[in-house]
Design a binder for this molecule. Structure first.
Ligand SMILES: Cc1cc2nc3c(=O)[nH]c(=O)nc-3n(C[C@H](O)[C@H](O)[C@H](O)COP(=O)(O)OP(=O)(O)OC[C@H]3O[C@@H](n4cnc5c(N)ncnc54)[C@H](O)[C@@H]3O)c2cc1C
Ligand code: FES
Length: 242
């Protein structure tokens, strides 16, 4: 589906932990997929702010995003009220690939859980076996919705054991780059495909400015790819991490 500029209305805004807000936005957007993101306009800011799609209610055309407070843009978004308008471009980027008969492990670290929750919902609708494990630094940072939540320790601590116990065939992840890198290395060692949703500071969000470039090794050669247009989902084994 082609991305477009939408003016949506806030249907619900809810504080879900000490610094994360859940925004339900109703607009005329009628389709999007997990892995994709939206780019939101904030007043007095030239650059739009990118946020993963955390849920989409097709019937009521309601899009959900989770906003973790960072700077001025996220502070503004957290101050919106029900009924306020919000200007965003959607749907942006590529999406996760599904495999009907494979057992999937979903790993969300911190706010990286946002696209994993949407992916889990889409897998459940297709009867694809999945297990979502998420990790947070402290109790006040926990976001609900996982099959297993780790607080304090690393989300990767028992990952090899879980992969073996649950006969995992494919991994999907979103979170800090170090988690994505280490998970991709574990997956490579175990010969399991691993899809990572990457984050980069973005300017245009539509593949024009080349500000969000990462390097991939594809077909035995190193090339530049934009996270906003070619991604944000990539195969972990292709990413040049260093
Ligand atoms: C594909 C993608 C998906 C994302 N999904 C989510 C999500 O679901 N929930 C969430 O809370 N955050 C998400 N982020 C991070 C979010 O975009 C930033 O936290 C946000 O832009 C910060 O804006 P600010 O004005 O509050 O902060 P400031 O630090 O004031 O921002 C200054 C500039 O840096 C950019 N920037 C700062 N941090 C990031 C970052 N981590 N990634 C990209 N750009 C950044 C801002 O867009 C802005 O242009 C995502 C980022 C990307 C690239
Ligand atoms: S942000 Fe401009 S090319 Fe990706």
């Amino acid at each position: 589906m082609k991305s477009k500029n939408y003016i949506g209305k806030i249907k619900l805004i809810e504080k879900i932990n000490h610094d994360v807000y859940k925004l339900d936005i109703q607009s005329s957007l009628n389709d999007c997929k997990s892995g994709q993101f939206v780019s939101v306009l904030c007043p007095n800011k030239t650059l739009r702010r990118p946020f993963s799609i955390c849920d989409f209610d097709k019937e009521n055309k309601i899009l959900t995003i989770l906003i973790k407070l960072k700077g001025e843009g996220t502070k503004y978004l957290s101050s919106l009220k029900e009924g306020d308008e919000i200007n965003f471009i959607a749907p942006l980027g590529n999406c996760f690939e599904f495999f009907k008969d494979k057992n999937a492990l979903l790993v969300g670290a911190g706010i990286g859980i946002a696209p994993m929750l949407f992916l889990k919902k889409e897998m459940n609708e297709r009867n694809i076996n999945n297990y979502l494990i998420s990790g947070f630094k402290a109790d006040e940072e926990v976001i609900e919705g996982s099959d297993e939540t780790i607080v304090g320790g690393s989300v990767l601590d028992n990952i090899e054991k879980i992969i073996k116990e649950k006969n995992i065939d494919v991994i999907y992840s979103c979170g800090p780059i170090i988690v994505l890198k280490m998970l991709s290395q574990i997956a490579k060692k175990l010969n399991i495909p691993c899809y990572v949703a990457m984050e980069r500071v973005m300017a245009c969000s539509i593949g024009v400015c080349r500000g969000c470039i990462i390097k991939l090794v594809r077909d035995n050669k190193i090339d530049n790819f934009s996270v906003c247009k070619d991604g944000p989902v990539f195969k972990g084994e292709e990413v040049l991490w260093d």
